[in-house]
Design a protein around this ligand. Structure first.
Ligand code: HEC
Length: 134
């Protein structure tokens, strides 16, 4: 009996969450679609963009130009991902960006993002490389 009640209330919560999540969707989806239609064609780039906007854009800027809201107060400045390779400390290849995200850059506001997990770091590295070329 107890278990049944628990199951019922859990499904009610799940249903409520589902409805809330659905209710929010149109609002969230709209800006992404208008802001970056080309990006959405590659699901990995689209996912990378989402993680980047949440974790990195405050410093690196929405397009990775190093001009996020916090950039003015930082020293050294956040990398502009379009900067030539010789201006990067670890480098602008996917492998080098992965190293930066796992280890951070010592003595700078660029901390390690290892906690995001390998999958998200791989998506981010691909997206940072993409921003460097687009
Ligand atoms: C608190 C501000 C801040 C945040 C947030 C931040 N960065 Fe940085 N990032 C920096 C700064 C500052 C540098 C430049 C470090 C230096 O030159 O020593 C940098 C450098 C880099 C570099 C270049 C490393 C190199 O080889 O020169 C990459 C790549 C990078 N960040 C990616 C990211 C990604 C991806 C995220 C989000 C997961 C992120 N950063 C979040 C401030 C930030």
């Amino acid at each position: 009996m107890k278990l049944n009640k628990l199951t019922i209330s859990l499904s009610t919560i799940a249903l409520a969450l589902f409805l809330v999540a659905c209710g929010d969707k149109p609002k969230e989806a709209a800006p992404t679609e208008t802001a970056a239609p080309a990006v959405a064609q590659d699901p990995e780039i689209a996912k990378g963009e989402e993680i980047f906007l949440q974790n990195c854009a405050s410093c690196h800027g929405e397009k990775g130009a190093g001009d996020g809201a916090a950039a003015a107060a930082l020293n050294p400045k956040p990398r502009n991902f379009k900067a030539p390779a010789n201006e990067w400390k670890n480098g602008n290849t996917v492998a080098a960006i992965t190293k930066t995200l796992n280890e951070g850059i010592k003595g700078s506001p660029m901390v390690a993002y290892k906690h995001l997990g390998n999958e998200n770091i791989a998506l981010l590295a691909k997206y940072v490389e993409y921003l460097g070329k687009n």
